[in-house]
Design a protein around this ligand. Structure first.
Ligand SMILES: [Zn+2]
Ligand SMILES: [Zn+2]
Length: 339
């Protein structure tokens, strides 16, 4: 990470992840630490075992369900400044999943914002991204290449609804694979705009859906496909399931079905071909290329550090535009990241 003038960096890279020396905390550490500030509940950001956690208020329920209810988790409302050691920390909506937060840190080295994962597309299941002015902006770059440009959500949701309908008219069920935190609830919230027909979900998704309902997110009513009595027909039904259920005996109960995957990864040709779903829906919870550039511009930052995904091409592009840039390595490179 480049250093500027004689100011200390607000955050430094350590073997456990980004560390704020003046505040004594890590952000999204990948090993247990004394104090962890968490941007959101996905597995590549929120790791168990730390002695204390701080997260945005709406995300605390998800973290508790992941880590256990006795985990010391301090929820902080969006926008409320908190003094930690020699710095002031506040959390601001990142628009990625419920409770996702950008971490703003004001210290002797200026104002830093660590965005975590974020998106700019509207999402009825979480608070909308808010641009935060800063000196140094740490941006994700999961889809940090000019080829990544998302279609609008309404078009994608009409595709999903149309697929469900046409499968139903032929007596098949529709099995939509998606991540259990964020994507499932976003799809259920989007569908609830047009129908109140219940959907089925894999049993392991229920606690995370409940965490959203607890925060007042309106979604389609759901039933556990896992708990239905033997012989239940799922013909014409929509079933949401995590990818790990694909190809397992659990699928047999669903009978004749079409399968689809809702993820930004469906824009990646290799993934599309290799995974061979009947349908791919390019519904991403990350910023696409234009949204990354727009966001970087809106922060007013003079230095941008890219991480998480295509960090090198994004940093190179910004450098060519005359910006001070760098790259932060993470323990989670490549395709393992949840989308
Ligand atoms: Zn994420
Ligand atoms: Zn991530």
């Amino acid at each position: 990470m480049p250093r500027r003038r004689n100011e200390p960096d607000v955050l430094i890279e350590t073997p456990d992840g980004l560390f704020c020396e003046a505040g004594g905390f890590h952000i999204d550490p990948w090993n247990p630490v004394p104090k962890a500030v968490i941007t959101h509940a996905h597995g590549d950001h929120a790791r168990p075992g730390s002695a204390a956690y701080l997260c945005a208020g709406p995300g605390a329920g998800l973290l508790r369900r992941r880590f256990g209810s006795d985990t010391p988790i301090e929820p902080l409302p969006y926008g409320r400044p908190l003094r930690i050691g020699g710095v002031t920390v506040s959390l601001h909506p990142a628009g990625h999943v419920l409770g996702s937060a950008q971490v703003r840190i004001e210290g002797a080295g200026g104002i830093w914002v660590v965005a975590g994962d974020y998106k700019r597309a509207a999402d009825p299941s979480c608070a909308a991204f808010e641009p935060v002015r800063c000196d140094t902006f740490v941006t994700e770059s999961t889809f940090g290449l000019p080829i990544y440009r998302w279609d609008d959500t309404a078009t994608l949701m009409a595709d999903i609804a149309g697929w469900w309908q046409s499968n139903a008219s032929e007596g098949r069920s529709s099995v939509l694979f998606c991540y259990a935190i964020g994507k499932a609830q976003r799809v259920l919230a989007e569908l609830a705009r047009d129908t109140d027909r219940p959907a089925f979900v894999h049993g392991m998704m229920l606690p995370m859906i409940e965490a959203y309902a607890d925060e007042g997110v309106a979604m389609l009513p759901v039933r556990s496909a896992t708990d239905q009595p033997r012989g239940t027909s799922f013909a014409a039904e929509l079933i949401l399931a995590p990818l790990m259920a694909r190809g397992t005996p659990w699928m047999r109960r669903l009978g004749s079905h079409s399968d689809g995957f809702a993820s930004g990864l469906m824009r990646v040709r290799g993934v599309r071909r290799q995974r061979a779903f009947d349908r791919g829906f390019v519904l991403s919870d990350h910023a696409d290329w234009p949204a990354l550039l727009q966001t970087i511009d809106e922060t007013g930052a003079t230095r941008v550090l890219a991480t998480h995904g295509h960090a090198d091409p994004l940093a190179r592009y910004l450098r060519e535009q005359g910006m001070d840039t760098g790259v932060i390595r993470t323990a989670w490179e490549g395709e393992g990241a949840e989308d």
